[in-house]
Design a protein around this ligand. Structure first.
Ligand SMILES: [Zn+2]
Length: 318
């Protein structure tokens, strides 16, 4: 990285192939099946938008808090592999939909590697897994952690233990060894990069994650549509920014045999623009090449955490 460059200030980026902005999606696999999200992916492909779909390698053996299909279903796995062949990235969403031990997580990572053909490049923690890494109140630090615990009434306090050495749920060393990018903060701006200009970044206070990325709010079809509104799309283009939407394609995008009309209209409009529509890790690789292996400072961490807490107060999601 050019030492003179101050990445705490957002600047326009020169995107590959003369593109004017970058756009990606991380699709959290909660409740997903081929039936309820397959048509969403066919639609995106028809519009040359290739993004990241997360998976669970294993079907759990406990009642899930939030479930969905897994790579243990041969038809589902075949479809996932087809998506990958067509240009999507497959990401990791913990080993399964409930808590897994260290051994099960390693087995999940190995199965991912075996079936997908490489170790996961990107991941997001699943809410129902206590093996979540730096999750719950460990997402934030210092005073912000205290505020988080007050806001969440202590529900996430020391609950998630993927990063806690010696714990049966510890797998931080595997995360560091095998996974490049982990999602943390979701923010309320379509231009994710404007809100987190140094991403992907390493945080020395969370050593088991190589690089973190932020994303933009759009957990279900309504909040997604609100975020990718016409005005926001135009703004993203003018700012030459980068958007990583965090969503659940099972949450209303396709229902009763039809794609959500507004989603269809908005994405067709976006696809007409000169955007770089690539999977999450392709986008992050590009930024990392440009920014170097950026290490976040204490004041940048505090400011980012504060921004997220303020957003969380407004929208009450992750
Ligand atoms: Zn999830």
């Amino acid at each position: 990285m050019n030492k003179e460059e101050d990445l705490s200030q957002y600047k326009k980026i020169i995107w590959p192939e003369g593109k004017l902005f970058a756009f990606s999606i991380f699709d959290d696999t909660d409740w997903s099946t081929v039936e309820n999200v397959g048509p969403v992916y066919s639609f995106l492909k028809d519009n040359y938008i290739f993004t990241t779909k997360s998976v669970w390698p294993f079907r759990g053996d406990q009642q899930p808090y939030i479930g969905g299909d897994t790579c243990d279903n041969p038809e589902y796995l075949e479809w996932v592999k087809r998506l990958q062949k067509e240009g999507s990235e497959i990401g990791f969403h913990n080993a399964t939909f409930h808590t897994s031990t260290r051994e099960q997580i390693l087995a999940g990572l190995k199965k991912f590697n075996q079936e997908i053909g490489h170790w996961p490049r990107s991941m997001a923690n699943h809410a129902g897994c206590l093996d979540g890494i730096y999750w719950g109140d460990s997402r934030v630090s210092g005073l912000n952690r205290l505020i988080y615990n007050i806001l969440s009434r202590g529900k996430g306090k020391n609950r998630y233990r993927g990063h806690v050495e010696g714990d049966p749920l510890f797998w931080g060393d595997f995360c560091k060894k095998y996974i490049m990018y982990v999602r943390n903060f979701v923010l309320g701006d379509i231009n994710t990069l404007k809100q987190c200009s140094f991403m992907p970044y390493h945080d020395p206070s969370k050593p088991y994650v190589n690089f973190w990325f932020a994303s933009s709010e759009g957990a279900n079809v309504n909040s997604f549509n609100k975020m990718v509104s016409e005005a926001n799309q135009d703004g993203l283009e003018v700012e030459g920014g980068a958007c990583i939407m965090y969503t659940h394609f099972s949450s209303g995008f396709y229902r009763d045999g039809h794609l959500n009309k507004r989603f269809e209209t908005l994405m067709k409009r976006l696809a007409q623009k000169k955007g770089w529509f690539v999977p999450v890790s392709t986008l992050l690789d590009y930024l990392r090449e440009r920014n170097g292996d950026y290490v976040i400072t204490n004041s940048q961490r505090r400011a980012l955490e504060r921004k997220w807490l303020l957003h969380k107060i407004q929208v009450r999601t992750t």
